[in-house]
Design a protein around this ligand. Structure first.
Ligand code: SF4
Length: 286
């Protein structure tokens, strides 16, 4: 059996930097507080907790004088304002590519355009993007786009981890609804790269594994893209989820992982598959 590991499987640079910042701050100050999960991965959250990086629900729960880390996927403007008003010790882990989306959407609004965000309702990143402008509309699916009213001028951005297919389909519908449409493709380059890799890899392999938490939208999207091309695609959260039967009659197995999956879990899954398939080494698929 041969194992092909997607070259960019796992943490994107935005998440990696945020996790490193959380560990560094906890080490330096003894503890650090985060509003919600820094990464959609239970194992990472538990490890961080042990290191002193604690999850809290609101700024009120942060003990006086302790550092508060604002996450990679951005934060609602009201939370930023509150933290600044309280003169809190803010550690800003916002990914620069998310900040770019905030800048773009504000620019579109100042051009007098109606704002449309293509993204998942209620997702942290989308909530943060939406908070930058006054009355944004959030569109998650082509069906929702079809139900929109016609309008003269609109500006469109997307959540960084959307699939190109979903965004394209929605933008095509909007073209018939908006006279003057300005679309800025804000899917981030690590997402584009991972999606391209999994599309190719899933067509080359007999069996595909996507490693990632079921709470991670990004891992789910990779799994969906893989399943569309390869019926023997499985999402696993760790090595224990692997069923040996899935690897029967398999010559080539492909592996990718969501942007919130840490290296050690990828390594454990790799080791387990190597053990089952009696393989010495994996090949990197670039
Ligand atoms: S998925 Fe993209 S935008 Fe989000 S943190 Fe990673 S690199 Fe940044």
């Amino acid at each position: 059996m041969k194992i092909l590991l997607a070259k960019n499987a796992g943490y994107c640079f935005g998440v990696r930097d945020a996790v490193d910042m959380a560990y560094d701050t906890a080490k330096e100050h003894g503890d650090v507080y985060m509003l919600g999960h820094i990464v959609h991965n239970e194992n990472v959250v538990n490890d961080l907790d042990k290191a002193g990086a604690k999850v809290v629900e609101s700024l009120d729960k942060v003990p006086d004088g302790r550092p508060v880390l604002l996450r990679a996927h951005g934060t609602h403007v009201d939370v930023w304002k509150e933290a600044k008003q309280k003169n809190m010790n803010i550690v800003d882990a916002t990914c620069p590519l998310v900040r770019d989306i905030h800048d773009e959407i504000k620019q579109l609004e100042s051009d007098g355009r109606k704002i449309i965000i293509i993204g998942d309702h209620g997702h942290d990143e989308v909530v943060g993007i939406a908070s930058q402008v006054k009355e944004p509309m959030i569109v998650a699916t082509p069906d929702e786009a079809i139900r929109l009213r016609k309008t003269k001028r609109a500006g469109v951005v997307s959540q960084s981890t959307q699939t190109i297919e979903n965004v394209q389909e929605i933008v095509n519908i909007l073209m018939n609804k908006v006279v003057d449409l300005r679309f800025i493709n804000t899917i981030c380059f690590p997402t584009k790269r991972n999606q391209e890799q999994i599309k190719e890899l899933s067509e080359k392999c007999d069996v595909m594994f996507v490693i990632g938490s079921f709470t991670s939208a990004n891992s789910k999207r990779l799994t969906d893209l893989s399943k569309e091309r390869n019926k023997r695609s499985y999402q696993v959260t760790c090595a224990l989820d692997i069923n040996e039967k899935w690897l029967e009659d398999c010559n080539v197995v492909g592996i990718s992982a969501g942007a919130s999956t840490p290296d050690n879990i990828i390594e454990e899954v790799l080791e387990r598959i190597k053990e089952i398939g009696n393989v010495q080494e994996e090949e990197i698929y670039a």
